[in-house]
Structure formats: structure tokens, C-alpha cells
Design a protein around this ligand. Structure first.
Ligand code: HEM
Length: 441
């Protein structure tokens, strides 16, 4: 049996302040010093293994996925705020709901949502102020939230209530980050009632959703939107989802679907702002597109370069920059024995910049995803994960992002005063600032 390097608890504690602020430089340093897989021992039965080895990542996510489940952070900790559903469950419960919800996200079904997406994007873009420098992360967050909201509950005037839902989702996520980064203060958050306050907000969010759902069902109207698909979905025995479950799944779609998309959009726009010549090339592709007229799907198929820019931005800045899994049984990987309950941290950020797999990994080069150059990236490119728990909204997100980037690049050229794109690795990877100026063309 081989052994991997173990980093001591002392070493981690010594650097804890810096690690809590931004763990990525430490991951990079340890990978450089100790190879593609290393272990951190945090005390009795508390072992974390970090890897950027693509074979190991695929093995855990795909080949032997049955032995690896989401950790407590993604299930119990997140679940206490957003409920128990696709994103936050494991095992048979998860499988049952994945099977049920998956058909609603098939490409064929999504085609019916494209017009709704375009409409809500256009509506949100009215808010964009031209010719001034502004941090567009909040706006992209609003837009991504509204796109999910309108795709779920089309043709409803929900803006105000959605704003409240969005505020609650963001505040609860911030609380979760605090709990994650300051685990030794959990008792304090309990004592001061901070956690209780956020749990109450969650109940408020669920109650808002319940009212929306009730209004919708009472209206008796069929809308052919995502909510109708979820309402119509059945378990294997032909029964429908109970109301409580429906609410949890909807809240989870909001949580999973808005921040990741907003971050990817901001990174794409920032990178294009820093690469003027690529932005001009993008303009040549998008300047004739008009989503309001004609078939949206056909127009999307005419935008390969737009798609490549987004793919390349998600290589450099994957919004889901690491995945975690906890092993159910002992396992042996690459001749190394691992005990059950080992927590695995799969570093997608490091893998996407791994020099063994990417030429000039730090460069923004959308051409690597061009069909004529495209190698099979499926072994080392995982912006949406891999295996049975791969993102259910990946096609939804790609369509949405292509539409947004195409509309923006057609209407405006954009610049950024930022010298460097700085990152903020929280639950998702986001830019610290996404300051851009949009100049009408
Ligand atoms: C750029 C945008 C997005 C990115 C980068 C992204 C990324 C991911 C990743 C990496 C996972 C798997 C995590 C893991 O295996 O631990 C995931 C899961 C998930 N995503 Fe996304 N996502 C995006 C957009 C969306 C959208 C728009 C929706 C829904 C409208 C969505 C819904 C979900 C759900 C429900 C899961 C859990 C699936 C399951 O466990 O079965 N995501 N996402």
C-alpha cells in the first residue's frame, strides 16, 4: 500500500486565519509540495483528503459513486435552511426525487421555457445603467433569480415576493458561510439566537412559496412552465410530490440556480472586458442575433463562440470550485487505503488549471473549446460536476447564460477598470468585485 502526505493539524491551525479568508492559495501550495492528493488530519476520525487527480475525481463522482455521499455541510447544514430535496439529500430519498425531476430539465422540455427566459432577461436588463462603472454582481444575481422564478412560475407578477425570497436566500447563505468558516463559534450563534432567526426566515420563505403555489393551483390555469412540470411529475407508484416536498424542491432550485449562474456571468464579462479583441470577435457573432424574433433554439445554435467564452470562463473560474463527499465504507484508491467517513474535497479549481491537461492554463482562450480543437474534456473539465449527481440545471444554465451574454455583447461594448480579477471563494466561487462599464454600440 502506498501512503500520501498528511498535513498536521498544527500547520492548519497556524494558518487558520488566512485559510478562512481564502483557502485556495493553501490548496495550491500543498498540491505543489505534496502531489495531486494529500490528507489533512484534524483530529480523531476527522480526516480530509484533497485531490486534483482527475481519475480519482471521476472514480468518486461516477465509478464508485455509491460509496460516496454528500457531506453534512451540503445536506444537514444547508438543508436546515433550504429544506430536504435534490441538492441536500443522499441515498434512496435523493434517487427517488432525481428520477422524478430529471425529465423536467430535458433539453426538449427546456425549449418551451426559452421564450420565458428571453422575456425575463429583457425585463431585467432595463435596470442596466450605461456609461457608468458599476459592480454588476448584484444585478446578475437578480437576473438569474428572476429567470429561475419566471421559468418556474411564468406570467405571474411575483417581483416583490421574489425579491423577499431572494433576500432570505442570500442572508441564509451568508449565515451558512459564517457557520462554515467559524465552526468553533457555532455554540455562540445558537446562544445569541442568530441561527434561530435565519431558520425563522426560512419558514417565511416557505410560506411565501406556499401562497404562490396555492394561488397557482386555485387559478386552475395550465402554464407549461417548470412548476407545471414539477406538479405533474409522479413517483414510480404514480403519486405526486407532497406539498412540503414541492416547496423544498422549488426553494432548492432557487438556491442552486441563481448564484452559480450570476458568478459565471460576471467572470465571463470580466474576462471579455479584459480581452478586447475577443470581445470584438464575439460581437461579430452576436450582432445579427435577435431573440425576440424567430426561434430561440435556432439562434442559440448560431452562437458557438459565445458558448466557448462561457465554457472557458467556467474553466478558469468554476462557480462550484470544489465538491465534497464523505465515504460510506473503507476504500482503496490508487493503492492508498482510506477509512470510511473520510471527507473528500475534490478541487475543480485546481484541476481546471492543471498544467498536465491544459496548455497555458492561466490564459483565457475560448478557442480551446472550439469544435475543431476540442479534445475530449470529459475527463478533466467538470463545471457542472459528473456522474449521477451532475447539475440537473446544466442545460438550463447554459441557455440562459448564452442569451444574456449575446444580448449584452450585441448592445454594448464593455470595459473594466479592475487590473486583476480577484476571487472570493465562499460556498461558490465569485468575483470580489465585478466592476464594468457598458458603452452602447
Ligand atoms: C453556471 C451555473 C451552474 C453551475 C456552475 C452549477 C454547478 C453545479 C454542480 C457542480 C453541481 C453538482 C455538485 C456536486 O456534485 O456536489 C450542481 C448540482 C445541482 N444544480 Fe447546478 N449549477 C448551475 C446552475 C444551476 C441551475 C440554473 C439550476 C436550476 C435551475 C441548478 C440546479 C442544481 C441542482 C438541483 C443540483 C443538485 C442535483 C443533484 O444532486 O441531483 N444548477 N450544480
Amino acid at each position: 500500500m502506498k501512503k500520501i502526505t498528511t498535513i498536521s493539524r498544527f500547520e492548519v491551525l497556524k494558518n487558520r486565519k488566512e485559510i478562512l479568508k481564502n483557502p485556495l492559495p493553501f490548496h495550491a501550495k500543498y498540491f505543489q509540495e505534496h502531489g495531486h492528493t494529500f490528507r489533512i488530519n484534524l483530529g480523531k476520525k476527522n480526516t480530509w483528503v484533497f485531490t486534483k487527480n482527475p481519475q480519482t475525481i471521476k472514480y468518486i463522482l461516477q465509478k464508485n459513486h455509491k460509496n460516496y455521499q454528500k457531506s453534512v455541510l451540503q445536506t444537514d447544514d444547508l438543508g436546515k435552511y433550504v429544506g430536504r430535496g435534490l441538492l441536500t439529500s443522499n441515498g434512496a430519498f435523493w434517487r427517488k426525487h432525481r428520477r422524478m425531476i430529471q425529465p423536467s430539465f430535458h433539453k426538449k422540455k427546456l425549449v418551451g421555457l426559452l421564450d420565458i427566459m428571453v422575456e425575463s432577461i429583457q425585463r431585467e436588463l432595463v435596470e442596466l445603467k450605461p456609461n457608468i462603472e458599476q459592480d454588476i454582481l448584484p444585478m446578475m444575481g437578480d437576473m438569474a433569480f428572476q429567470v429561475v422564478a419566471q421559468s418556474l412560475f411564468s406570467a405571474s407578477d411575483l417581483r416583490k415576493r421574489m425579491q423577499k425570497l431572494k433576500d432570505i436566500t442570500i442572508e441564509n447563505q451568508q449565515m451558512l458561510i459564517k457557520e462554515m468558516r467559524l465552526p468553533y463559534l457555532k455554540w455562540w450563534f445558537q446562544m445569541t439566537g442568530e441561527i434561530r432567526h435565519h431558520l425563522k426566515s426560512s419558514e417565511e420563505a416557505k410560506s411565501i412559496l406556499n401562497t404562490i403555489i396555492e394561488e397557482r393551483i386555485d387559478s386552475g390555469k395550465e402554464k407549461d412552465d417548470l412548476f407545471d412540470m414539477l406538479l405533474g411529475a409522479t413517483y414510480e407508484d404514480g403519486t405526486h410530490m407532497p406539498r412540503k416536498q414541492l416547496i423544498d424542491e422549488v426553494l432548492i432550485l432557487f438556491t442552486a440556480g441563481h448564484e452559480t449562474t450570476a458568478n459565471a456571468l460576471c467572470f465571463t464579462l470580466l474576462l471579455l472586458a479584459k480581452h478586447k479583441e475577443l470581445q470584438e470577435r464575439l460581437y461579430l457573432e452576436v450582432h445579427n442575433v435577435n431573440f425576440e424574433k424567430g426561434n430561440v433554439m435556432e439562434q442559440l445554435s448560431l452562437l458557438p463562440y459565445t458558448k466557448q467564452c462561457i465554457e472557458e470562463a467556467m474553466r478558469l473560474y468554476p462557480p462550484a470550485y470544489f465538491f465534497d463527499r464523505s465515504s460510506i465504507e473503507d476504500d482503496t484508491i490508487d493503492d492508498v487505503a482510506y477509512k470510511k467517513d473520510t471527507v473528500w474535497l475534490l478541487s475543480i479549481y485546481e484541476l481546471h488549471r492543471h498544467k498536465d491537461f491544459w496548455q497555458q492554463p492561466e490564459a483565457f482562450n475560448p478557442d480551446r473549446f472550439a469544435s475543431q480543437n476540442k479534445r475530449d474534456f470529459s475527463d478533466y473539465y467538470f463545471p457542472f460536476g459528473a456522474g449521477p449527481r451532475m447539475c440537473i440545471g446544466n442545460n438550463f444554465a447554459m441557455y440562459e447564460m448564452i442569451i444574456i451574454i449575446a444580448i449584452l455583447a450585441k448592445r454594448y461594448s464593455f470595459t473594466t477598470p479592475l487590473e486583476k480579477i480577484e476571487i472570493d471563494p465562499l460556498i461558490t466561487l465569485r468575483p470580489k468585485k465585478a466592476v464594468l462599464k457598458f458603452i452602447p454600440r
